[in-house]
Design a protein around this ligand. Structure first.
Ligand code: GMT
Length: 380
């Protein structure tokens, strides 16, 4: 198949899933065309069957807000026409699903029907999407997509609850590449971070409010009263400064390292004993899955799709968002005993295996086929 992929090219979340999906499909022989405003972070090297088309963004003094949507729609029309794409897969509804609809309408005037699949990732529905500034367009463009997928059952349910949706939503879970995410020996890192054999706890995110990052600090403070430990805070975003200040106020700075954005996240996860993700809401929690693939148990909230990934009492524990005391208690339970930690590690890895990229890619392939078949002879 010749497949166009539209996504945000940034670190984390939907952009990572979209890029890894494209790369995985390319390795299975499909021709993949990424259409984005910047080269996606995980598209660093030359790959066979992969093409990258940058959305032009000519600045003009009249534009207080550069018209990204218009430029993207034009680029999609161009790439679909000249590379003869079979299908377009857009990640994150805003604005990509609406832009795809516009491109599809333009292509129809040339006699070409472009099947469009939209993947909902989370905040495009739960946080931004239901804001009245976007909601009517989000609802309309989901209904106009030829296929719609959600990354968890919880996100599918949220979408159906929040919008009036007239089409089926297929759940296709996020996935993990075990070639990359696996526990490797990085003892030299471990010795630098935890020279006295302390346990290593980690959190990665974009440090937005929805992640409840300061809960991570409070949980860690409780852990430290019982278990000698170090905390790695990985990533960057609006809440980082506040968290750094909080660590200073709580006299935790000697035990907490803020590492900023990291490319080789798997090398850090390889030395970790526990991953903490206390988000208010998380449609899936790809960061938790990455940790589990590296045999790291997870303390999480039960918001959104996290219970579909992290299994209570098996791969880690779940608590209501904000229940810092309980999360700390559970963390201490896992970290105190070597044998308990080993058991949770093994369970986390076994659960992560369910989301192996090699199991999920065929689901996307057959979904594309299904959508394309239904689109034959469609004229509007
Ligand atoms: O985690 C974020 O805030 C980034 C966001 C995104 O859209 O890029 O992530 C969302 O999509 C990920 C990939 O499908 C999911 O694993 C995350 O759970 C989801 N984030 C939220 O729902 C908050």
């Amino acid at each position: 198949m010749r497949i166009g992929i539209v996504c945000y090219p940034t670190y984390g979340g939907s952009g990572v899933v979209a890029t890894e999906l494209g790369l995985g499909l390319a390795r299975r022989g499909h021709e993949i065309h990424f259409i984005t405003y910047r080269r996606p972070v995980r598209l660093a090297h030359f790959e066979a069957n992969v093409f990258y088309h940058e959305v032009d963004s000519d600045d003009y003094p009249l534009f207080e807000y550069p018209p990204y949507d218009t430029a993207l729609a034009s680029k999609i029309v161009d790439v679909v026409t000249y590379h003869n794409l079979d299908i377009l897969h857009v990640h994150y509804a805003i604005p990509h699903a609406a832009v795809a609809y516009m491109a599809k309408k333009i292509l129809l005037t040339t006699g070409r029907y472009l099947p469009v699949v939209t993947t909902l990732h989370g905040t495009d529905i739960t946080l931004v999407g239901n804001n009245h500034a976007f909601a009517p367009v989000v609802e309309f463009s989901i209904n106009k997509s030829d296929g719609v997928t959600a990354v968890s059952r919880s996100l599918k349910d949220d979408t159906l609850a929040q919008f009036s949706i007239q089409r089926d939503i297929r759940v296709i879970y996020n996935f993990i590449d075990f070639e990359r995410f696996r526990k490797t020996n990085k003892d030299h890192f471990k010795k630098i971070i935890a020279p006295n054999g302390e346990r290593i706890v980690a959190h990665t995110s974009n440090f937005r409010k929805v992640k409840r990052v300061d809960d991570v600090i409070h949980i860690f403070r409780n852990i430290l009263t019982e278990v000698p430990s170090k905390l790695l805070m990985i990533g960057d975003g609006p809440e980082r400064q506040h968290c750094e200040r909080l660590c200073r106020e709580l006299c935790l700075s000697d035990h907490v390292s803020f590492l900023g954005k990291q490319d080789a996240i798997e090398e850090l996860l390889a030395i970790c004993d526990l991953f903490v993700i206390p988000s208010e809401h998380e449609s899936f929690g790809l960061a938790a899955l990455e940790a589990m693939a590296c045999e790291v148990p997870v303390i999480s909230s039960n918001g959104g799709g996290l219970p579909e990934v992290n299994i209570h009492g098996v791969t880690g524990f779940l608590s209501d968002p904000g229940n810092v005391a309980e999360m700390a208690k559970f963390a201490i339970r896992i970290l105190s005993e070597d044998s308990t930690l080993q058991e949770f590690r093994a369970n986390a890895y076994a659960q992560a295996r369910r989301f192996d990229i090699n199991n999920i890619l065929p689901d996307y392939e057959s979904y594309y086929q299904e959508v394309m078949q239904k689109s034959v002879n469609k004229v509007e």
